[in-house]
Structure formats: C-alpha cells, structure tokens
Design a protein around this ligand. Structure first.
Ligand SMILES: [Zn+2]
Length: 316
C-alpha cells in the first residue's frame, strides 16, 4: 500500500479519540454526533485494512517458523471485533520480542569430553568455570538457585525424577527453570547404570526427560550419570535422545571432611584442580547451599567468570 494512504489511515485512526474528547467537552449537537459516527466508521475500516497490510508485510519478512506460528493468530484477529485490534497487535509485538529474547544464544564454549571442562570457541573468556548442582531439586536446590540468581551466576541443575513426583516438587523445578537455570537429566532414581539392565537404564533416563518436558516445556540437553558411571548403552541412548554427556572436573561436598561450609568453600576455591574451564560439581546439600556465596566470591576473586550453560555447544 502507498505510504500516503497508510499515513492517512493512521491519522484517521486517531481521529475518533479526538472527536470523543471534543464531544465530552460539551459540544453535543446532532451534526457533531453524525460527524463523529462517520469518522469512527471510516477509521475502523482504515485501521482494519492497515492492520492487514502490516500483517502481509510481516509475513513476507518473517522466518518460516514464525509464519507457521503466526498465521492462525492473525486469521483469528481478522474475524474479531475491530475495536481491540490495535492493542492486540501491540501485545503480539511484545510477545514476539519476548520469544526472540528467549532464543538460544550463539555457542561460546565447547565441552571437552576428555576432561569434562569447557573451552572457549572463539573470543569468549578462557578464565571461566561452569557450576553444576546434582541431586536436585531435593531440599536446598530452590534456595541455591535464588542465591545464584542474586549473584547473577548461571548453573546447570541436574535433576532426579524421584524428586519430581508431587505437584510441590514439580513447582520447585519450574521455579529453578524460570530463574533461568538449565535443567539436566541425572536419572530417575540415581542408580549406578553399570549394575542394571538396558531396559532399566532406558527407563531411568527417558522417564526424567518426559517429566522435565511436561513440567518446563523442554527436554534436558545434558545428561550426567550417577557417580559418572555410564555404559555403552547409556552413551548411545543419550546421543539418540539429542543430549550430551557431562561428567565433571572436581567436587568435594560428599566427602566427610567437607560437609562443612567453611571447609567446602576453601577446597572448592583453592584446590589444585581449579583452572580455566573447570566443571565444578556440587550437590543439593545443606552445607553446599551455605557455602555457595563464599565459593562464588572466592572464584570471582581469583579472576574467574561463569560459563552460561545455554552457551555450550550441543552435539551436531
Ligand atoms: Zn548424583
């Protein structure tokens, strides 16, 4: 449509607002009322066809995926009452922007399957570590997520299905996801996969994917076997499911002498295994939750930043 016509239509869309205001101010004779009704009529028609024009333009430039999503909504709008269309279109724009901002970012790091550390792909900072929290969401995962969120530090929470049975437990998972953390699969009941049958391994892994997808709307992208013990079968299944295996570089919170916040903070920050790209393993435990702020501060003080797991490259 020609630019002049579009401008005329935009102007005429706002005309009734002006007219209504005028009318409210007390000038209410019949001539003005008729003029008002006529203008409203023309403007709604104009707004309607202007809207449709924009829709067509959007469709021409929108990527294929967006088109598929938007076409039914736009068609519905066309049949709806005209009066709310401008507002709805605006709302749609906002929603679209939100969806776009949630899209996966460009990969910045790559997982090294020999060390389970992360390495920068291009010019991402090398002096960075990845935080992971296993056996979640038991009693402390939500608090740990709140702590990390306040510190603006990303992490992966590896979840077990047996912590996701009740609605309250599912709500915990939803909270962690909504705070922006990535959810990983850590099996249903935390068995050692090397001691159970292939059918059982399949159950252990797939059930968690289904539950997580049901609760947060997306399947886990990473899998961490309990005790880091995989089998050929679990490796193949994880790949088939489009997930990546991830063990870890170091962790201490399951050892007796580190079940204490001060001792755990000290070892997590001062261990000889801390280096660029280290993949830090922690658990949903009381002492780890208490140590978390100190661990983050200590790592920052040593110059490390934190890898956003959404920026880790997934397998091709
Ligand atoms: Zn575990």
């Amino acid at each position: 449509m020609k630019e002049e016509i579009r401008i005329f239509m935009r102007v005429s869309f706002f005309m009734p607002l002006f007219m209504i205001e005028w009318h409210r101010k007390g000038d209410s004779d019949m001539v003005h009322m008729k003029w008002l009704i006529l203008t409203v009529g023309i403007s709604l028609l104009a707004a309607c066809s202007d809207e449709q024009t924009e829709t067509v333009n959007e469709k021409e430039t929108a990527p294929v995926e967006e088109q598929a999503e938007e076409t039914p909504a736009e068609t519905e709008n066309a049949n709806e009452e005209e009066s709310g269309q401008a507002e709805e279109a605006e709302q749609e724009e906002i929603e679209k922007e939100e969806v776009e901002s949630e899209a996966e970012p460009e990969p910045q790091y790559r997982l090294n399957p020999a060390t389970w550390g992360v390495e920068p792909i291009a010019d991402a900072p090398a002096e960075a570590v990845l935080l992971t929290i296993d056996d979640a969401p038991d009693k402390h995962a939500v608090d740990m997520a709140v702590t990390l969120k306040e510190l603006n530090v990303p992490a992966i929470f590896f979840v077990n299905g047996h912590f996701l049975d009740s609605e309250a437990e599912k709500e915990n998972l939803k909270k962690i996801h909504e705070m922006g953390f990535l959810i990983g699969n850590h099996t249903q009941t935390h068995p050692n996969l090397t001691t159970i049958s292939e059918d059982q391994q399949k159950q252990e892994i797939l059930t968690v994917n289904e539950t997580v997808e049901q609760v947060i709307g997306e399947k886990p992208k990473f899998f961490r076997a309990p005790h880091g013990a995989n089998t050929d079968f679990s490796r193949a299944l994880v790949q088939q499911e489009g997930m990546m295996l991830m063990n870890w570089s170091y962790g201490y919170d399951w050892e007796k002498q580190y079940m204490d916040p001060a001792a755990l903070t000290d070892i997590m920050v001062n261990t000889e295994f801390l280096h660029n790209g280290s993949n830090l393993l922690m658990h949903d435990r009381e002492w780890t939750a208490a140590a978390l702020p100190g661990i983050v501060d200590g790592l920052k003080a040593k110059g490390y930043t934190f890898v956003d797991p959404h920026e880790i490259e997934l397998q091709p």
